[in-house]
Design a protein around this ligand. Sequence first.
Ligand code: PEP
Ligand code: MG
Length: 578
Amino acid sequence: MKEIDGVAASRGICIGPVFKFIRTELKFDTKLINDPQAEMERLNDALQEAKRQIQQIYEKAVKEQSKADAEIFQAHKLILDDPELISAIKIKVEEEHKNAESALSETAQSFSAMMAAMQDEYFAARAADIKDVGDRVLRILLGATEENPTDGLKLSSVIVADDLTPSDTIMLDKSLVMGFCTARGSATSHTAILARGLGLPALAGAGAELMNVEDGTTLIVDGTRGVGIIDPDAKTVEDYQKRMQASQTMQAQALKHAHEMAITTDGRQIEVVANIGNVEDSKAALDNGAEGVGLLRTEFIYLERSNIPDEEEQYQVYHAIMDAFGDKPVILRTLDVGGDKEIPYLNLEQEMNPFLGERALRLCLARPDIFKPQLRAALRAGVGHNLKIMYPMVATVAEVQAARKVLEECLVELRAEDKPFAENIEVGIMVEIPSAAIVADQLAKQVDFFSIGTNDLSQYTMAADRTNPKVAGLSNAFQPAVLRLVRDVIKAAHAQGKWVGMCGELAGEPLATPILIGLGLDEFSMSPPFVPIIKQIIRNLNAEKMAVLAEKALKIESPEAICDFVRGEVPVLAKIAG
Ligand code: PEP
Ligand code: MG
């Protein structure tokens, strides 16, 4: 028996025999050619074929996963249109007379290495994407068939690989894959995102020696804690099986009651809603029992396109979403771009520190030509529904006042144009910048509600980039500094009779539920698959007792110790392997 440490890439546990995937290296000759034009034609054909294949994978991903997850493959298609990449290959063929295979492979390698060298998780994921796409084109040029990591697989198994690309992950035969474990990779890679969407337990970054494990060896993947156990003894297998069974029972119960309310044992009703990015996500949210939308990330509607959607186009999308939710609340967050969410066609100026730059509400206030059509479209789509508008990245009271002025202008215009719009809607803000948390008492006077964005609140409070795995321990929402801000924000809002939700990842984290209930959080908003289990945990908690637990938890000095403490105090959590 041997324990290996890795990164918890996708929650859950699986136990099964190893099925090792070793990718065949693509071999080709580097040679000089004498007809560059014919070579370019061969390359262009391969690029077109690659696009066609990626489109198929995209469609498969949309069907099997969410549209948001499938976007990874739209990005893959864009790589094939990247003018810098294409012209670099072209130069090698046309001027240096290199064959298509070597021109493509050298260029993809150098672009990928450049991204990887940036030592940033976002760019590391891009490097993996370029390699995935480059290998696809190379395979087509060589007439090699695409390998599927599950080719030859007959028994339910745990896939072990050096690394899996996003396309590998989509191609896996899910009926036989219990989970996977990779030597490389990280929790924020696109492959990990896809694994979470598929509900497959995954461990990444387990180290090179993982590949020494023999096919058929029993492997436990604990994707919740980030450990793997090779060749476990009988006692360990039994312990894990018990955990899996308890978790399955809890999951089944959670699903059975998904459409019922979440009420604590002492009678506090908690709203459990979903984070969505487009119309397609609405179904997953409703199927999982979400009581509405706590965060509609409207930027996806902009990211999927090559030009700004006008008011009418936005109206159509918002209208379809509002319709899907009927009279359930839908909180529409206005455009949150900048930082790691870049929209090329907005032609925004390059900034030294985009996370600290003119992003989100700051950009919208500077660009009424972008802000107003969105507000107008939202107000029109809200007619007859329960629309709420929320501004992201608020740092000051002045920003909220400025946004209100723009919203009022929109109302006046729509009235003058005789266009129907939703009246008396609630307007709130995200609390995700420490300054907003610190002056929450002032901000609470300006708005109807808060929604705490722990993803950004953690990175700004801890000065630790949320996309950088090297500082993931710091940008952790369980850090006492972050939890204390959460406590203060809830207190400040309640003192003014305003309600508080949370739409950062912490809201869907089972270990945080007891603390958040104890702090008095009114609404939890999360990725749709987490809704049933969080509701089920809430049903097992006593809010008054959790207030005492939260007070004690916030005195503890580290995230790990806080999590251990909660685990020890709340027995129901032991039943959640996922
Ligand atoms: C957050 O910052 O917690 C949040 C929910 O917003 P996003 O993740 O979209 O930045
Ligand atoms: Mg945010």
